[in-house]
Ligand binder design. Structure first.
Ligand code: ZN
Length: 467
């Protein structure tokens, strides 16, 4: 019997073990998409206890706790920190076969060095030990990032952000590069005047461009895009149900924007035309600067109206959607490719039944300029687990080139999520190891598989993004 979480965790063959230990394990981490707080990094935050660093903001854990019958008070409510942790410890044994069970114990092992299983009997001891460690320099935010061998982090930022924390981090030069990512979702939210109009005001302030026309909106966004670029930003990101790719004319979009400024009601068609135009304009900015555009597609968000009202978004009430994906994606990328202005693109899919659709779509628009120019992004959110990652990598292998994959990212809000890179690397090595040991790949080419693993873990991303 193999043992839980030992050195060869998830590595079922000797070949897999060799690939992981000789090639994957020591590669630095490029976390090119996450939601870590730049403020916490700039201030080198110290967390006062394990609850604060582990449960605060973690909607995966809250969701499991709710499913386990734990009242909201212990998830997002006002229960005290230890009481919340106790409820989490009670829930952990019930998460068997959910990735939370693996993540929890990997995160205790690294960085804390704790190999006990978390359950009610061990809760107090684990809480006290971790909380004590969190008081030391080695467990400040920067201490943890260095311990986890993180080289580059790309946070997710609004165009109106002053990036003051990024500037401070850059000036401190503490060994981890922290770069901003341009996520302009709010600039597209024309259907929500209560969000959109105040947002335009803030964008005016941030950019110094007064926004009375669609062109001025684009000018303001370009000004911010330039600013992000100066601070090392090389990626944009969009969180969308699906790509918007309606036909529109410049005159129509101008008129729609003016209607919105005048607080006139817009039709669904007008909203879609505007969003379609914005996606293209933002994509052009990315292309002009050699950036990579990312699209996180397929989430059906905020399903629970009552909890949305009480807690707001990103609190654990989202699920997988079933949107029409192929045609709009094709039209959007084709429109840009047609004038040779398609930026490097990463498509993240949330619906596993669409994996093959994505794996084939990315092959339509490669042009020989960059290896793996159009990427099928790593298994995301609900799919960020062993089965989901294997399925994503199998689809990519079957229909594209796994060897050109830019690999894993955490997409996390927690500084303790870095073991997810280790999880991914073990799964990757295991897949290749199985193929070698079953004779589906020649054992003579081990040197190349080792190189390929190093590439997927690190080199591909390093070469792809131009940081
Ligand atoms: Zn994200």
């Amino acid at each position: 019997m193999m043992s839980f979480l030992d050195d060869n965790f998830l590595l079922q063959t000797e070949t897999a073990q060799q690939l992981y230990h000789a090639h994957a394990k020591h590669m630095p981490i490029i976390d090119y998409h996450c939601h870590l707080s730049p403020k916490d990094i700039a201030e080198d935050r110290r967390f006062k206890n394990l609850t604060e660093i582990w449960l605060e903001g973690d909607h995966y854990k809250w969701r499991a706790m709710r499913t386990n019958g734990i009242p909201e008070k212990y998830c997002t409510g006002d229960a005290d920190d230890y009481a919340k942790f106790e409820k989490w410890a009670q829930t952990v044994p019930y998460t068997v076969r959910n990735p939370l069970y693996h993540w929890t114990h990997m995160e205790l092992k690294k960085p804390f060095g704790i190999e006990k299983i978390l359950k009610p009997e061990t809760a107090r001891e684990i809480y006290d030990d971790c909380t004590a460690m969190l008081q030391t320099n080695a467990f400040s935010v920067r201490g943890i990032l260095q311990k986890m061998n993180v080289e580059i982090i790309c946070t997710t930022d609004d165009p109106i952000d002053s990036l003051e924390y990024h500037q401070k981090i850059k000036a401190d030069n503490f060994g981890v590069q922290v770069l901003p990512t341009f996520r302009a979702d709010k600039a597209m939210a024309i259907e929500l005047p209560e969000v959109f109009l105040p947002y335009l005001q803030k964008l005016e302030e941030a950019s110094g461009v007064s926004i009375g026309t669609f062109q001025q909106l684009l000018d303001a966004l370009k000004q911010r895009h330039d600013f992000f670029h100066e601070l090392g930003g090389r990626l944009s990101d969009h969180g969308l149900e699906t790509i918007y790719a309606e036909e529109y004319t410049e005159a129509e979009v101008k008129a729609i924007f003016e209607k919105a400024l005048n607080k006139q009601q817009l039709s669904q068609e007008e909203v879609l035309k505007f969003k379609s135009a914005m996606l293209v304009e933002l994509a052009l900015l990315d292309h002009a600067k050699g950036w990579t555009q990312q699209f996180h597609l397929g989430a059906l968000r905020n399903n629970n109206t009552r909890m949305m009202r009480e807690l707001g978004p990103d609190t654990g009430f989202d699920s997988i959607g079933d949107f029409d994906v192929a045609r709009p994606l094709s039209r959007f990328m084709d429109k840009l490719d047609n004038s040779d202005q398609l930026a490097k693109t990463i498509l993240y899919n949330l619906n596993p039944s669409q994996n093959e659709l994505y794996a084939t779509m990315i092959g339509n628009f490669n042009d020989g300029s960059t290896p793996g120019k159009i990427q099928f992004g790593s298994a995301w959110w609900f799919l960020d687990q062993k089965d989901g990652m294997e399925k994503q990598m199998n689809a990519l292998s079957n229909m594209g080139l796994l060897s050109r994959f830019v690999g894993m990212l955490t997409d996390s809000r927690s500084f303790l999520s870095y073991p997810r890179h280790e999880y991914f690397r073990r799964i990757l090595c295991n897949l290749i190891g199985n193929d070698v040991e079953s004779g589906e790949l020649p054992a003579s080419e081990m040197e190349w598989y080792g190189q390929m693993v190093e590439n997927i873990c690190y080199n591909n991303a390093k070469n792809y993004f131009n940081f």
